[in-house]
Design a protein around this ligand. Structure first.
Ligand SMILES: Cc1cc2nc3c(=O)[nH]c(=O)nc-3n(C[C@H](O)[C@H](O)[C@H](O)COP(=O)(O)OP(=O)(O)OC[C@H]3O[C@@H](n4cnc5c(N)ncnc54)[C@H](O)[C@@H]3O)c2cc1C
Length: 402
């Protein structure tokens, strides 16, 4: 017989599972998180690539929702950011580089080095996205609306036009309409294609840029400390001190302080179902844990094909999951360096250090970055390796513990 009953069992201790557990525990429910690995965090958790060189699979904390960080009091539980200035360096094949700064005036001057027109159009573009997110009136903290419900929110011809451009057109066409230099367009277009096997010419790519505006439009309290969403330059969140794993470590401390239990080395093998409802889980060790709610924060294919008994899953649903294609679109290479790389764009020794410390983006050698990525996306979807790649390297100086 199970030793203890929980109000909620969370299967998988990735950051989404930890966040769910945090809110449930703060609402007074008894919660247990069961994580297969020895650490929480999934790809966000710490990885020791080489002895003494610690990092994570993921590298960008920009998607961390400020409301969640505040509600779970992550700062109180040890999450602190280093907020470098500049935020981002994007070197170009011709030896120039774009450097983004926290101060808008400084970034405007930087964009002007490429185009005076784009220095205005860049910010106007992000204002446009924020305007549209407010028009949609969707809250990221509520269940998503149905498509008809969303369409019903479009009241004016301007709303409808923006919907068409953002959801149905490509980031390339939108940027071609608004900006004039390939370098500045490529800074934004990169965000539209991230994490997907798509090129900037694919319909729907502008939507990726709507995430921060939607978050802003959903937030009743508009100002959080160091709110990265107010900076339309990537890299604004900064770097968590201790690496990405510091985010999920602080989540773990926060939810444990709220009374939740987090168990690592506890792989769930099966979800136990009685009378048509989940009633607990069985661990790979054979131990059973009983719960009124089972929240799964693992791949849905694993849940429906492996964890649930065949008899309790509708065959049509099973078939859909069997057919669900899984293709990765990102990978990470860890390099231990014996010194700071010297970027060609750095004009003196001071800039070598300045430009190296922060996120920088590289793209293939092409005058027209959008066209280059379109060709690459076609190669990738055809199962062939890209010629040159869109890289998002990050140097984490001072991360070595050895
Ligand atoms: C190479 C790469 C780079 C990325 N870079 C970024 C980035 O820079 N920024 C960003 O925001 N996102 C990044 N992502 C995406 C990000 O990692 C995912 O969006 C995120 O991990 C999803 O979180 P999750 O909590 O939903 O699931 P996961 O993080 O996948 O967590 C699932 C957890 O469940 C556990 N688990 C699995 N099976 C079981 C089981 N049977 N029993 C118990 N536990 C189990 C796993 O060990 C894992 O800890 C990257 C992804 C990849 C692949």
């Amino acid at each position: 017989m199970p030793a203890r009953h929980y109000d909620a069992i969370v299967v998988g201790g990735g950051h989404n599972g930890l966040v769910a557990a945090g809110y449930l525990a703060r609402a007074g429910l008894s919660v247990i998180v069961l994580e297969r690995r020895g650490i929480v965090g999934g790809p966000c958790g710490r990885v020791e690539y080489f002895p003494g060189y610690i990092g994570a699979i993921s590298n960008s904390p920009g998607a961390l929702e400020p409301k969640i960080a505040e509600d779970l009091e992550l700062e109180r539980f040890g999450l602190h950011f280093n907020r470098p200035n500049p935020l981002l360096v994007a070197p170009f094949p011709d030896g120039r580089a774009f450097t983004a700064w926290r101060e808008k005036e400084r970034s405007v001057e930087e964009i002007k080095r490429f185009s005076a027109h784009d220095a205005v159009a860049y910010y106007a573009f992000f204002d446009y996205l924020e305007w549209f997110a407010h028009r949609l009136g969707i809250s990221v903290f509520e269940p998503p609306p149905s498509l008809p419900d969303m369409l019903a929110r479009l009241k004016t011809p301007e709303d409808e036009e923006a919907f068409g451009k953002i959801f149905l057109c490509s980031i390339k066409s939108l940027l071609d309409e608004r900006l004039e230099t390939e370098e500045i367009k490529s800074l934004i277009a990169a965000l539209g294609v991230v994490s997907n096997f798509v090129s900037p010419s694919w319909p729907g790519t502008p939507y990726m840029l709507l995430q921060r505006p939607l978050s802003l439009a959903s937030t009743v309290k508009s100002e959080f400390k160091n709110d990265p969403r107010r900076q339309p330059m990537r890299g604004s969140t900064g770097l968590p001190i201790g690496g990405m794993g510091a985010i999920t470590d602080s989540m773990r401390r926060s939810i444990e302080a709220s009374g939740a239990t987090v168990r690592t080395e506890s792989a769930v093998a099966a979800i136990l179902v009685r009378h048509g409802a989940a009633r607990g889980v069985a661990l790979a060790s054979g131990e059973e844990i009983s719960g009124s709610i089972v929240l799964c924060n693992v791949n849905p294919k694993t849940v429906f094909l492996d964890m649930l008994d065949r008899s309790v899953v509708d065959p049509a649903v099973r078939t859909r999951f069997e057919k669900l294609k899984m293709t990765g679109s990102a990978f990470k290479i860890g390099l231990a360096l014996d010194g700071i790389p010297r970027h060609r764009a750095a004009r003196n020794d001071g800039e070598v250090r300045l430009l190296s410390a922060y996120q920088f983006r590289c793209q293939r050698r092409s005058k027209n970055a959008s066209a280059g990525r379109s060709k690459n996306a076609s190669r990738l979807t055809a199962g062939r390796p890209p010629r040159g790649a869109f890289l998002r390297p990050r140097l984490f100086l001072g991360w070595t513990v050895g």
